[in-house]
Design a protein around this ligand. Structure first.
Ligand code: PLP
Length: 387
């Protein structure tokens, strides 16, 4: 039987960026000791107090259908965290930031509408735009510019588009958008009457500069949707708890999308997130400190390496390595690194053309093993570059 053209249009025409990840799992299943530096998932479990709170909530009876836009307490806590005049009515709680992205795009795109993405982008973005019936349009953030978006390119791509999707701190590049970049983006969105969707799931992981939410800029809140999540900040990826901060009218409209899809987020998961946001400052600080330390260790381990270039990430839990000097593509390099050294990293090509010839290495391994893996990777790049 034929599947809908809508669902068949979702995958990326460029192919499967996750082939390396899948191959690494096949090798693991065969008993090979593969070092996994692929996806942005923590290498440690959710802190015990958060799990205890989830369990307490479930045992206490919070196991039925939960309020769809999120419990009143959680919406208030998220609003307080967002600041900038955000109220509980501006919050819609979703199963993860990823579903918040889908809701936001569903709320702003009509079929065939264009949504501008900044390349390199988080690998799900083009799929999410297409899932919502939109057409991704690519603007560039080149390595030569420290992966800051090119405002002149954006000014060309935005006329006629309905939405711009940005992500700072950025996955995969580690760029934190400067105030100048954010001001430029905000004024372009106003000038071209475009919705700004700002994915801020890494807002607690800033190593250089400062996190600036564009929603705080003048005259932009009514056209801005902020995406947030406890996945990265509180080691809660598997809980699936995110949110969007949006104009109240959008939150009300998304309500029906929630009714027809997820029917809400489990109450005990929401209570665990409430606990994390209200009592988890120490946990959050520890998680942030862990990735800061690993980021510094990675920068130190790769300093002066031949065959690769590292632009020190300003934020998020990855390092991007430029391996063009080896003469290999990101895909070819990561395939050989996996087969010959049993280290799995993500090829840049999975994140767009601007990341071609790069690797994204996630900092999701304990310090010593991470440094050792990076030394092996750098040695391999050096050998290739020498020919
Ligand atoms: N946005 C970006 C940039 C991400 O890197 C991720 C996950 O890696 C997400 C959104 C989705 O996060 P969540 O676990 O909250 O769905």
């Amino acid at each position: 039987m034929k599947l809908s053209s809508r669902i068949r249009a979702i995958p990326s025409p460029a192919g499967n960026a996750w082939a390396i990840y899948e191959r690494a799992h096949v090798l693991k299943a065969q008993g090979v000791d593969v070092t996994m530096l692929t996806i942005g998932d923590h290498d440690h479990v959710t802190p015990e107090p958060i799990i205890a709170e989830m369990s307490r909530s479930a045992r206490g009876g919070h196991t039925g259908y939960a309020a769809l836009p999120g419990t009143a307490e959680l919406r208030r806590a998220i609003a307080a965290r967002a600041g900038d005049g955000v109220e509980a009515q501006n919050i819609f709680v979703t199963p993860g930031g990823q579903f918040a992205l889908f809701c936001a795009l569903m709320a702003v795109l009509d079929p065939g509408d264009r949504a501008v993405l900044i390349d390199p982008y988080y690998a799900t973005y083009p799929l999410t735009v297409r899932s919502a019936g939109g057409v991704p349009v690519i603007a560039r953030a080149d390595p030569e510019r420290g992966f800051q978006p090119d405002l002149a390119d954006l000014a060309e791509k935005l006329p006629g588009a309905r939405a711009l999707l940005i992500n700072s701190p950025n996955n995969p590049t580690g760029a934190v958008y400067s105030r100048e970049t954010m001001d430029g983006i905000a004024s372009l969105c106003r000038a071209h009457d475009v919705w700004l969707i700002s994915d801020e799931v890494y807002d607690t992981q800033v190593w250089e500069g400062e996190h600036l939410s564009p929603r705080s800029l003048p005259g932009i809140a009514e056209r801005t949707v902020v995406i947030g999540s406890v996945s990265k900040s509180h080691v809660m990826t598997g809980f699936r708890l995110g949110w969007l901060v949006a104009p109240e009218e959008m939150v009300e409209a998304i309500w029906e999308l929630g009714v027809s899809t997820t029917y809400g987020v489990a109450g005990f998961v929401q209570d665990a997130a409430l606990y994390a946001l209200e009592n988890g400052a120490e946990i959050e600080a520890e998680v942030t400190a862990l990735y800061r330390r690993r980021r510094d260790l990675a920068v130190e381990a790769l300093r002066g390496a031949n065959g690769l270039r590292l632009s020190a990430p300003q934020g998020a839990m990855y390092v991007m390595l430029d391996i063009r000097a080896t003469g290999l593509s990101g895909v070819a390099f990561s395939e050989r690194l996996l087969e010959e050294h049993h280290i799995a990293v993500m090829p840049g090509e999975g994140f767009g053309e601007a990341a071609a010839g790069h690797l994204r290495v996630s900092l999701t391994l304990e310090d010593d093993r991470l440094v050792e893996a990076l030394r092996v990777l750098a040695g391999f790049a050096g050998e290739l570059a020498r020919g």
